[in-house]
Design a protein around this ligand. Sequence first.
Ligand code: SF4
Length: 62
Amino acid sequence: MKVVVDTDVCKDHGQCVFASPEVFQLDADGKLVYVAEPDESLREDVEDAADVCPLQAITIEG
Ligand code: SF4
């Protein structure tokens, strides 16, 4: 599974971080950082994160 966040669209509000904290985090500057190729076991959480993102900035490939 590959995760892509459109950083032009993302506003760093962090809803994805609550849904999938293993994959999405906010760094010390409040910028979103994420695991680009998370383990398959995290798929459900990542799908939840994509669903809750108000800007639809998260794409799951594969
Ligand atoms: S929920 Fe969407 S807009 Fe908000 S930080 Fe995550 S990817 Fe960015």
